[in-house]
Design a protein around this ligand. Sequence first.
Ligand code: ATP
Ligand code: MG
Length: 592
Amino acid sequence: MIKINSMDWKPIKKTFDKWSVRPTLLDYTTTCASFSWESILKEIDGLPDGKGINIAHEAVVRHAMEGRGNHLAIRWLSRDGAIRDYSYHDLHSQSNQFANVLRQLSINRGDRVFVLSGRIPELYISALGTLKNVSVFCPLFSAFGSEPIRQRLSKGDARVLVTTQKLYKQKVADLRKHLPLLKHILLADVEEDIEEGLWSLPKQMAKSSDRFSIPQTDPEDMALLHFTSGTTGMPKGAIHVHNAVLTHYMTGKYVLDFHPDDVFWCTADPGWVTGTSYGIIAPLTHGITSIIDEADFDAERWFRILEEQKVNIWYTAPTALRRLMRMDIEPCRQYNLSNLRIIHSVGEPLNPEVVKWGQETLELPIHDNWWQTETGGIMIANYASMDIRPGSMGRPLPGIEAAIVQRTNKNDIKIIEEPEVEGDLALKPGWPSMFRGYLHDEERHRKCFVGGWYITGDLAKRDADGYFWFVGRADDIIKTSGHMVGPFEVESVLMEHPSVAEAGVIGKPEPLIGELVKAFVCLKPGFEPAEKLRLEIMGFARKKLGSAVAPKQIDFVDNLPKTRSGKIMRRLLKARELGLPEGDISTLETDS
Ligand code: ATP
Ligand code: MG
């Protein structure tokens, strides 16, 4: 693959002299050298009397028992401006009640409890209560249509669904005849039970004791079932176990850099794994305060939340940051963001232009990190204390071995030791939050492991200093005139043009050169699609990328098709361009 200009961007020197705390990970090399998962195991609590490890114990029980019960755990901001606060005591007792509700319904270890709702407090309480009962929590995006909901409930063997009256009527009622295992629906906003199996959650909660003792939990007991984003095809149900909490806790400590008085805001919806691992679990394991906003993206609301809630640590996604970039707002002039210490991003490659925008506009660089539903937690990151190389995902976590590999045959790989060579990004199995399987698809799970490594499906390269650079998803790589082109680098260069807000790049079959590089471009406000501008952007890209790699075609579009977790669906751009079937679009954002 040819080397483009990601290294042209100057590293951003990290300083933290204005910080009120010191970053926990100050020396990457020393921390990695002395790291062991056993030492993290000692930092978490474990169930009393050696009864194992349970995520909910680490997230709430521990703090309630250790004198932190009155600390604010979750501040919930409703769509219409109301605020509801939950201390660790509140979460503890209400999740106990939920666990008792499950028990009364004879829902046991390993049974799947799905939640289909917006970001409402009941979602968080159900998650924790489900984990306490050693049942399996499985969140769904509330915006899913009824077919994706049916597929997931059916594939996941749902026994219980927590939802709201409206969502039930609109999307679930008609499905029940197809879901014989789904015995219980708990409606979060109904005061009286409707019929056998269609219960009022508040009523059931009120009837239940707020005392509950977590049963023995094997660290390998299934805890979470998470469906992937469906960016590259049919979503897969990734299985995670209670031991994953070690990764949640550890990444909270070393990557997100949680300190006891921190206020943290993860903007992801729990329908996407980030919203569970980091929107629920990780901050609670550190006993800090999380902000949960019920409303959808709204630039001014978001800046107001950062200001009013005095957010210290903000975890968001490139798609949201790119949207903020498009707005005519000067955040630091219009809002007091002085409490903000660190901004993290995940989910998609973070274009260098966005890191630079953060530095200039928010007066903080943006720290990219990489992981997947399958990895259960962050694996590669830009740490608080380390210089940022814009465009790089950072370096592997302590305790995580990542490598660039090449397949030598169906059953083996070779590790590429030289820097700057592109290949498959692979991880050495064994970290606590590694997925334990795809539900009902053992064959697919098995195929992910080759020669003793987990092959992630992403292509990347490593530089001489050990920073990893994302190249593209294996499925998205473009083969043109004998070159392999990763769409991310082309998209990032397009975004350097002053008129371009966002771009999606695909390969379009072309007999002579294999595939032709085609770009779909969204313009910033104030720019209009025009032939002159198209030619100008093409010329700009050619100068930066060379004519072999620069897009040969550019279409202006208002929006790019994205998953609900905000990832550009290049496979859909391609299918639409070629007039092919769209494939599974259950996770497509509806206005795309
Ligand atoms: P599916 O597997 O169903 O196609 P998906 O891979 O998008 O969907 P997720 O598990 O939510 O589902 O996303 C993980 C993927 O997102 C990674 O494999 C990678 O392609 C991309 N990704 C996540 N973080 C980053 C990042 N920091 N830089 C580049 N890509 C990232
Ligand atoms: Mg994937």
